[in-house]
Design a protein. Structure first.
Length: 300
């Protein structure tokens, strides 16, 4: 089992009203197969995500990112001390370790995952696997301070000119503790929910999956009963689109530019990183879309 760096993404999962429909959707879109005993999606036999039945119809249908920790109880205490809230206090889940759900000061919900046995990603950054996360918020100051305090994330403000954006563009790139802040070490970013977004949009996390062809992923999504929320757009970091699956869960896809990737440091510690079957360094950072549609009503 690989030991993930404290505070970095180690797992993603979606709770769906119709689990079998979700498996058909993601199986065709990403080429996933499924471990029926563990509610896990596999890419070429390697753990890539979790798909679970939604047990509470009042909860939104959404993707959740889990951050690695050695002690979920300690992190839960830091969350509350830093102005966040615990949506679900740490609870044991057998061989999967200890899980919890926390909300940052802007309302975005993330998971905490204290590792168990045979746990977490076995592959990232390959087509059909996780590659990036973005936190959208209306409170960038308190949220930036929160993640620095709780997880030790190191931030770097994106340069609007380099991003091809207007002055005042506010995007923060996050790197894990002990790294040099910047694109080469980054695993996620923070975007601001501006007036260009619907007024009812809450703080949230957007999960990115790598794909070979962004336009093909959009076409496949629509054919399978999903929809395109933000159509494909080219960025300096690849071609991206924001989608909804056939049950309303929102996610993004990223197709890298056709260039040879530059080797970067993995998100897991050595020597454990060698146990992963693929490089766990993230894909090149995408640029967030200018606007997104409101969240659909919770599916029951």
């Amino acid at each position: 089992m690989a030991a993930f760096t404290e505070g970095t993404p180690c797992w993603v999962e979606a709770q769906l009203p119709d689990l079998e429909a979700g498996k058909r959707f993601y199986g065709e879109l990403f080429g996933w197969t499924f471990d029926e005993d563990r509610d896990e999606a596999l890419l070429d036999g390697r753990r890539v995500a979790g798909l679970l039945p939604k047990r509470d119809g009042r909860m939104p249908t959404t993707w959740t990112v889990y951050l690695a920790t050695e002690d979920a109880g300690t992190v839960a205490a830091r969350v509350k001390a830093a102005g966040g809230q615990m949506v679900m206090e740490p609870y044991p889940v057998g061989p999967f370790g200890v899980l919890a759900l926390a909300a940052d000061p802007g309302g975005a919900v993330l998971g905490l995952r204290q590792a168990g046995e045979d746990d977490g990603f076995e592959v990232v950054n390959e087509p059909g696997s996780f590659c990036w996360m973005e936190i959208y918020t209306r409170r960038p100051g308190p949220v930036d301070t929160f993640y620095a305090s709780v997880f030790g994330w190191l931030g770097r403000q994106a340069d609007p000119e380099e991003e091809g954006k207007e002055p005042g563009f506010d995007y923060r790139v996050w790197s894990p503790p002990g790294s040099r802040p910047g694109d080469d070490s980054a695993f996620g970013g923070r975007a601001v929910i501006t007036d260009a977004f619907p007024a009812e949009m809450p703080g949230h996390v957007l999960v990115y999956f790598a794909v070979r062809d962004c336009d093909d992923a959009c076409s496949t999504t629509v054919r399978l009963g999903g929809r395109v929320a933000e159509p494909p757009v080219d960025t300096p970091y690849g071609r991206i689109a924001v989608l909804h699956d056939n049950q309303g869960a929102r996610f993004a896809v990223l197709a890298e530019p056709d260039t040879e990737p530059t080797p970067v440091e993995p998100l897991v510690s050595k020597p454990e990183a060698d146990e992963l079957s693929t490089d766990t360094a993230r894909l090149t950072r995408p640029t967030p879309p200018e606007s997104l549609p409101p969240e659909p009503p919770a599916t029951t």
